[in-house]
Design a protein around this ligand. Structure first.
Ligand code: SF4
Length: 361
């Protein structure tokens, strides 16, 4: 990995901006998948700098945003139990369920703890054999290896007081759902570099062929993002489809096969509901039958909990690129980072929070 400064270099960025302007003969609609990319595009002003030639719409790549409301409610129900130590990454604590959030459960006496790795939760379970330790296993292909390792480690240690509340989602089925919609506006994708660092990009190749679009594997720094935009716009102008890798310093076609093998040994694909979008076939990961004993949903019998999302929230349309956050009537009025109605406003990677934070309204 080379030093990051060269990917924040102003000269390089200006040259790429000029190249994008020269390459474009019409305005193209591109979707960046990842919420981290959305924030970096807005923070660096790239969305405005390329605005005449590229419309950027923001995909469903924020793991907090797409975790269904009922899954938050299930987490809350488990976290309230006196025998439970409920562990999570910090960004899930403020995400509102139907009535409250994990931070409020903690304030009311629930044992809710932030951990930096699911393996920390495994260690907690070892240290507290008299308590049930649950880890909120959300996220994309990027977090799946560590969560798989936690289940594998708990099995190896014979822990009977550790479980995972699983809400894993996968990127390619979501891209397919967006591309297959009759309302799809996306003409090219900037695919998330960190997901591809784990998974490689073989899975994207049949998608690009089937839907006749370019997909560019893209990094996160301003120069990376501009390079991803340039590759995609150039491909569109030349009528090329397929996958290009603009993040070769971190991504190979095959990805991290050891991590993939670990994930495949613990998790199997399943249908999964995405917040705001609904169920997408084959878009999630569930524990394999050999790891079913570590399934918190079954252990605490919370699978029957259902929830209704706010009818005001346009998260589903935003996450499919059908409208922008500032086109939601609640944006900045009924819905702000202090009083979020939907997950894209509460999450640090959410598109609505990014629009609010960087003044795009
Ligand atoms: S601004 Fe708020 S209500 Fe509107 S889509 Fe975003 S999160 Fe939902």
């Amino acid at each position: 990995m080379r030093h990051v400064d060269e990917y924040r270099d102003g000269e390089a960025a200006r040259a790429l901006l000029a190249a994008i302007a020269r390459a474009s003969h019409r305005r193209w609609t591109l979707m960046e998948i990842c919420g981290g990319q959305t924030h970096n595009l807005l923070r660096s002003g790239i969305d405005r700098l390329v605005g005449e030639t590229v419309e950027l719409v923001h995909g469903p790549g924020c793991p907090v945003c797409v975790t269904p409301l009922e899954q938050i409610d299930r987490a809350l129900a488990i976290a309230r139990r006196p025998e439970v130590i409920f562990t999570s990454f910090g960004d899930m604590l403020r995400v509102p369920g139907s009535t409250t959030d994990l931070l409020a459960v903690k304030a009311a006496g629930g044992d809710v703890r932030i951990v930096y790795s699911p393996l920390d939760a495994v260690k907690l379970a070892e240290r507290h054999p008299d308590r049930q330790v649950v880890f909120f296993a959300i996220g994309f292909e990027t977090t799946a290896p560590a969560n798989a390792m936690a289940a594998w480690q708990a099995a190896r240690l014979g822990l009977e007081n550790f479980s995972l509340l699983v809400s894993h989602v996968l990127v390619p089925p979501a891209m397919e759902a967006i591309l297959g919609s009759p309302h799809c506006r996306v003409e090219g994708f900037l695919a998330a570099g960190h997901v591809c660092a784990v998974m490689g990009y073989r899975e994207y190749e049949p998608l690009a062929e089937r839907y006749r679009i370019p997909i560019t594997i893209t990094g996160f720094e301003p120069v990376d993002l501009l390079r991803g935009i340039l590759f995609t716009v150039t491909a569109l102008e030349q009528g090329r489809v397929g996958v290009e890798n603009a993040y070769a310093r971190a991504v190979t076609r095959d990805g991290n096969t050891r991590a993939q093998d670990l994930v495949a040994s613990v998790f199997a694909p399943c249908d999964r509901k995405w917040r705001g979008i609904g169920e997408i076939p084959g878009s999630g990961l569930a524990l394999r039958p050999e790891y079913a004993a570590f399934d918190a949903e079954t252990r605490f019998d919370v699978g029957g909990i259902a929830a209704e999302e706010s009818p005001l929230c346009q998260a589903g349309r935003i996450l499919q690129g059908l409208c922008r956050p500032d086109e939601c009537a609640a944006f900045g009025h009924d819905c702000t980072p202090d009083r979020p109605l939907g997950a894209p406003m509460v999450s640090s990677e959410g598109a609505c929070a990014a629009y609010y934070l960087y003044g795009r309204s």
